[in-house]
Design a protein around this ligand. Structure first.
Ligand SMILES: [Zn+2]
Length: 229
C-alpha cells in the first residue's frame, strides 16, 4: 500500500487528456476491484474512451520520410485558434508506408521547387497507412491557407476526397492528432475547425470530406474566402 496516487492517475489528472478511470484501470490489479467498482469503472471507461483520446498518435518524423531541411522557418504563436483541413488531391491515396513516404517527398518537391516555399506546406499529413507524417510540425508557420498560416495547424489527408472520405484509420489518426494538440497547448481548447475552401477559392478538401467535417466537433461555418487572382 502506498499513500501516493499511482503515477498513471496523476498523469491523467494533470493533463486532463485521459481519464482518472483509465489511470485506475492501469494502476489497480483486477483482483483489487469489487464487482460494483468493476461495473462503475467499465461504465466510466466506456464514456471516457468516447470523450477523450488516450494519448498522442505516433508521428512519423521528417528524417524517416526523407525530408530536406526547410530553407527557412518561422515560429508560430501557440495555442492556435484554428485547424484547417485539406486533402492533397495529388499525390493520390497511398496504402503502404513506403508509398506514403514517397508521397511526402513528392509534396515537398512540389512545394519547395514549384511553389518556392520554404518547406512542405502542411503542418501534418495523414497517410492511407493510418500514420501521421510530420510536415512543418507544431509551432511553425505553414503555407496552406492564406491569412490563416500563422494562426492554424494545417492537416492534410493524402488522396482525393471529392467522392469518398478518408478511411476510418485516417480519420481516427486526424482526430487523435487534434486532441493531442489541445492537450499539449498547441491548439486552443475552443479552436475552430474549417475546410480549406472556407478561406480560399478551392475545392479542397473535396466535396465528400468537406461534408463530413461539418459534423465534426468545433467545425465553424465561417467564410473568409480569398479568391484566386
Ligand atoms: Zn487545401
Amino acid at each position: 500500500m502506498t499513500s501516493h496516487r499511482p503515477a498513471a492517475v496523476k498523469r491523467g489528472l494533470r493533463d486532463g487528456s485521459w481519464s482518472v478511470a483509465t489511470g485506475l484501470r492501469r494502476a489497480l490489479p483486477d483482483t483489487a476491484m469489487s464487482p460494483v467498482l468493476s461495473v462503475l469503472l467499465a461504465a466510466a471507461l466506456q464514456f471516457t474512451n468516447l470523450a477523450h483520446p488516450e494519448q498522442c498518435p505516433e508521428v512519423v518524423p521528417r528524417a524517416q520520410w526523407g525530408a530536406r531541411p526547410p530553407t527557412a522557418r518561422q515560429d508560430m504563436p501557440t495555442p492556435v485558434p484554428f485547424v484547417v483541413i485539406h486533402h492533397t488531391y495529388q499525390p493520390g491515396f497511398c496504402a503502404t508506408s513506403p508509398d506514403c513516404e514517397r508521397a511526402m517527398r513528392t509534396m515537398q518537391d512540389m512545394h519547395q521547387f514549384n511553389n518556392k516555399w520554404n518547406d512542405i506546406g502542411y503542418n501534418f499529413v495523414v497517410g492511407g497507412d493510418g500514420k501521421v507524417y510530420e510536415g512543418r510540425g507544431w509551432g511553425t508557420v505553414g503555407a496552406h491557407a492564406p491569412n490563416y498560416n500563422s494562426r492554424s495547424i494545417g492537416i492534410s489527408f493524402i488522396g482525393d476526397y471529392t467522392s469518398n472520405v478518408p478511411t476510418p484509420a485516417m480519420l481516427e489518426a486526424g482526430r487523435r492528432l487534434i486532441q493531442c494538440g489541445v492537450a499539449r497547448g498547441q491548439i486552443a481548447p475552443d479552436y475552430q475547425l474549417i475546410g480549406h475552401r472556407q478561406v480560399r477559392e478551392t475545392d479542397c478538401p473535396g466535396d465528400a470530406f468537406f461534408a463530413l467535417i461539418q459534423n465534426w466537433p468545433h467545425w465553424s461555418p465561417l467564410r473568409d474566402i480569398v479568391p484566386r487572382t
